[in-house]
Design a protein around this ligand. Structure first.
Ligand code: SAM
Length: 345
């Protein structure tokens, strides 16, 4: 790889490590096996996919539901504000962002609440870029990112008043261990708020179309074992948390316009939203793919850019189809609390 960056070859690494699959035939045993490598799969995935994500999602790598006429940008912020409110984040608190991406949600929540946010990501590029953006936003004293695996969080016990995660903990190699790690670094009484990807009770494992959509979402989003809200709750309780709230924000009254409408050309209230909605559709994908292919013949782009386009588009289309079928939600909200320390008798 001399002269080439780590990103250059990351797409091929991800594909090799993920392995071959027939989408409708993936079993839970396959998922469990693949999930053992989730951290390294995610590290490789974000080496090649981050530029692509940023060109589509900016600095916030998560979905959101809408009010009629509400722009994508406003709706994303409202989504984060709601999470911060339910997690009871207050000014001056020390807060952990578990799986922070390039830090868009962390900066938004820091500004909204006045808390200090520390983000953790498995990907070096996320840490480097986030810290640069924190500085550019004049927030370097309030938001900082560090590299780490959320299955072995690099923080002292009881270091944080609260923690949250947006569309990240579903990638955990072992959900119970990841939740135990967050439990350990929270102070007693501290809350963990999570907005995450789940398959809903409408998912039917005997339906080949459902199975195909699920496997494509998993692969396209580097989530080796996409599971149910029930499994998340069980894992949270096993880790020692008490459940405070659990609701699917995809069907909440506050979001009457479904999140996937933006991916289906049905919700595009601003000019920018129209552009994004078009860019995330199949027609733009075909055009951009043809351009990338031509560029790669002349060595004008590195091979992982093409893989990013294919994998991330697959993720977007299958998330949209999962939303349409009602079998997938990228915004199930879980709020859990570490019990208060018992007073000595
Ligand atoms: C879909 S992105 C969401 C990023 C961010 N929460 C947001 O909403 O913009 C998932 C994030 O989880 C991180 N991640 C995945 N597996 C991880 C692991 N084992 N340890 C730490 N971070 C991880 C990825 O690096 C990425 O930053």
């Amino acid at each position: 790889m001399s002269g080439k960056t780590r990103e250059y070859d990351s797409g091929a690494r991800f594909r090799r490590d993920w392995g071959e699959e027939v989408f409708a035939q993936v079993t839970d045993e396959d998922r469990m096996e693949r999930n053992k490598n989730s951290a390294s799969l995610n590290e490789a995935y974000y080496d090649f996919a981050t530029d692509h994500y940023q060109s589509g999602w900016g600095d916030k790598f998560h979905f959101c539901g809408y009010q009629p006429g509400e722009s994508w940008e406003t709706a994303q912020s409202r989504h984060e504000h709601y999470l911060a409110l339910m997690t009871e984040i207050r000014p001056g608190m020390k807060v952990l962002d578990v799986g922070c991406g390039v830090g868009g949600p962390a900066r938004e929540i820091a500004i909204f609440t006045g808390a200090h946010v520390t983000g953790v990501s498995i990907n070096d590029m996320h840490v480097e870029r986030s810290n640069l953006y924190n500085k550019e936003a004049n927030l370097e004293d309030q938001v900082e990112m560090v590299k780490g695996n959320f299955n072995a969080l690099p923080f002292k016990d009881e270091a944080f008043h609260a923690a949250y995660a947006t569309e990240a903990l579903c990638c955990a190699e072992d959900a119970v261990e990841a939740y135990k790690g967050v439990f350990r670094v929270l102070k007693p009484g501290g809350r963990l708020g999570i907005l995450d990807w789940v398959i809903t009770p409408l998912y039917d494992d005997l339906n080949p179309n459902h199975r195909r959509i699920r496997s494509k979402i998993e692969r396209g989003g580097a989530v080796p074992f996409l599971t149910t809200a029930e499994m998340h709750k069980k894992a949270l309780e096993e880790a020692g948390f008490e459940m405070v709230l659990d609701e699917d924000r995809a069907i909440a009254k506050a979001n009457p316009v479904p999140w996937w409408y933006a991916l289906d050309g049905r919700h595009q209230p601003t000019l920018y939203d129209k552009y994004m909605s078009f860019m995330l559709g199949e027609r733009a994908f075909k055009c951009v793919r043809a351009v990338f292919k031509a560029m790669s013949w002349f060595n004008l782009t590195h091979p992982s850019r093409m893989i990013a386009l294919d994998e991330v588009s697959q993720c977007v289309f299958s998330c949209r189809d999962g939303g349409k079928e009602g079998i997938f939600s990228p915004m199930h909200l879980f709020v859990a609390q570490k019990p208060e320390r018992k007073k000595s008798q």
